[in-house]
Design a protein around this ligand. Structure first.
Ligand code: SF4
Ligand code: SF4
Length: 498
């Protein structure tokens, strides 16, 4: 599919409800997965002949299994409170990107085949047949939802559009219409262990190279250990941390933290990926299979603790699903019976005075923080209310002298998705990604203009990759995004050369 030509939206003062542009994003659809990619995950290679019948049957299975899905499809009163809350609607003006309209794509099919009124009086209740046209609309618009759940915060019934999107993607996979980007990545994890397809020896070389870089920069022998038996902590981090900029700066930060605190730790070549795209395609089976590598590695290495690096959806999966999917974690240290976020580890060490931090070393940075949606709305940290929003900010404030939050309606649980989450971080969706980033870019511009902010920290690999790509479209410097542990790395004092 040719990438559509498009204009980058103009930055305005937030919030402005866009003028409706019906069908503005109807052309946006990601590449469909080819047969080998589909089959590797156990899905049909291409659209099956009796796809309509199979899709309805799969919807019936999901409705029976997940009561929440049925409740969400029944409960909406079309009040419109969610209508202007989605970044993809705000950035594109396409009314089908209003969360309620996205839900209705499934609701009208649900009513037609699973409610009495829809079976006998379809027109009266807005029910519709599942035609090829409807399926194509599903493929387009359920791949324009990053499953960020912002809309659900504002829905008086708490209807979670992300769950509806996940169900739609599950159904499309089941009939052979999966999305290439996510399914290809899941296949790589099953085969090699990480999203990038980086094999163990290449990972080992990469880590050795980074150790040399740190030695050159600081004079300290900071290790990035791999597959160390009996280490105290197993760190599972997004594979982007191993080589992409700015991600790798955070990996160096984690290593410096463990080094200075004197905590033995290790990475694993078997579980060299924290990301879990099983969440994005709505498959708990794939999510479990990917997560299982973490349990296997932890048991094999005999670690006492598991920590998760800077990755938003990885932390959501670890926090919300690991215990059910791959628990119990009764083999871990009783003081750390559940996986921790790396920010919890670092925050705890800062509070105990175990780290030497020099804020002045980051004085060139005027910092803001972008809450990643899966962390802000789908998890917690530090066993305190809103810890997932408080802890990263406390770490930043311990590492820099200049910090300014963006507008309150755009942070914490109100945060906007970066525009590239939920399996949409592919080049064939660049128009959607740029337009979906609009609300965050508008909030960023405000703190840039008012406070001279020149660095936006985040704790998500997808946010980092997405912003690096889209910031230049809005005339910002691509280097102004980075990790919280990049700031820790800059501030931590160790070795002889700093
Ligand atoms: S979950 Fe996020 S991306 Fe999806 S409809 Fe709601 S606000 Fe939009
Ligand atoms: S806010 Fe909730 S009830 Fe209202 S239209 Fe949106 S999904 Fe429906």
């Amino acid at each position: 599919m040719a990438v559509a030509e498009f204009e980058t939206p103009r930055l305005k003062e937030y919030p402005v409800i866009p003028i409706l542009q019906a069908g503005a994003m109807a052309h946006s659809r990601p590449f469909v997965a080819a047969a080998p990619i589909q089959k590797a995950l156990g899905f049909p290679g291409e659209l099956v002949e009796n796809w309509q019948e199979k899709a309805i049957a799969r919807m019936g299975e999901l409705l029976a299994k997940y009561r929440s899905l049925k409740v969400y499809l029944d409960a909406c009163v079309h009040c419109g409170a969610c209508a202007d809350k989605c970044h993809y609607f705000l950035g594109t003006g396409d009314p089908k990107n209003m969360p309620v309209a996205r839900q209705d794509l499934m609701r009208k099919i649900y009513r037609r085949y699973f409610t009495l009124a829809g079976k006998y009086f379809p027109k009266l209740v807005g029910a519709e047949d599942l035609t090829r046209e409807v399926l194509d609309e599903w493929y387009s618009y359920f791949n324009q939802c990053s499953e960020c759940r912002r809309c659900s915060v504002f829905c008086p019934y708490g209807i979670d559009t992300a769950e509806i999107t996940m169900a739609a993607r599950d159904i499309m996979d089941a009939i052979g219409m999966g999305q290439k980007y996510s399914n290809e990545i899941i296949g790589k994890v099953h085969k090699i262990g990480n999203n990038l397809g980086l094999p163990g020896p290449a990972l080992e070389d990469t880590l050795a190279g980074l150790e040399e870089d740190i030695k050159d920069a600081t004079g300290a022998d900071v290790r990035l250990p791999l597959d160390v038996q009996g280490a105290e902590v197993l760190l599972v981090t997004p594979s982007a941390d191993f080589f992409s900029e700015p991600h790798v700066e955070s990996l160096i930060g984690y290593a410096k933290v463990f080094h200075q605190a004197g905590i033995s730790w290790t990475l694993s070549s078997h579980a060299s990926e924290a990301g879990n795209f099983g969440l994005f395609i709505g498959s708990y089976e794939q999510m479990r299979k990917i997560s299982m590598r973490v349990r296997e590695a932890a048991l094999e290495l005999g670690v006492k603790r598991i920590a998760v690096g800077e990755c938003g959806h990885a932390w959501r999966v670890a926090y919300s699903f690991w215990n059910t999917l791959i628990g119990p974690f009764d083999f871990l240290d009783r003081n750390y019976p559940a996986p921790q976020h790396i920010c919890e580890v670092t925050y705890d060490l800062i509070r105990r005075g175990a780290l030497t931090l020099d804020k002045e070393a980051n004085d060139q940075r005027i910092v803001t923080f972008h809450d990643s949606c899966n962390v802000a709305r789908g998890s917690r940290m530090g066993n305190m209310p809103r810890g997932q929003c408080i802890i990263p900010r406390e770490i930043i404030k311990a590492c820099v002298n200049h910090f300014h939050d963006m507008a309150p309606e755009t942070i914490h649980e109100n945060t906007f998705c970066c525009g590239g989450g939920g399996g949409l971080l592919s080049d064939d969706l660049i128009e959607l990604r740029v337009k979906g980033a609009l609300p965050r870019m508008e909030a960023l511009k405000q703190v840039v203009d008012e406070h001279g902010v020149n660095f936006m920290a985040t704790i998500c690999a997808i946010c980092k990759a997405q912003f690096s790509k889209v910031l230049p479209y809005y005339k910002f410097d691509m280097d102004m995004v980075g990790g919280v542990h990049q700031l820790v790395s800059g501030a931590i004092r160790l070795g002889t050369k700093q």
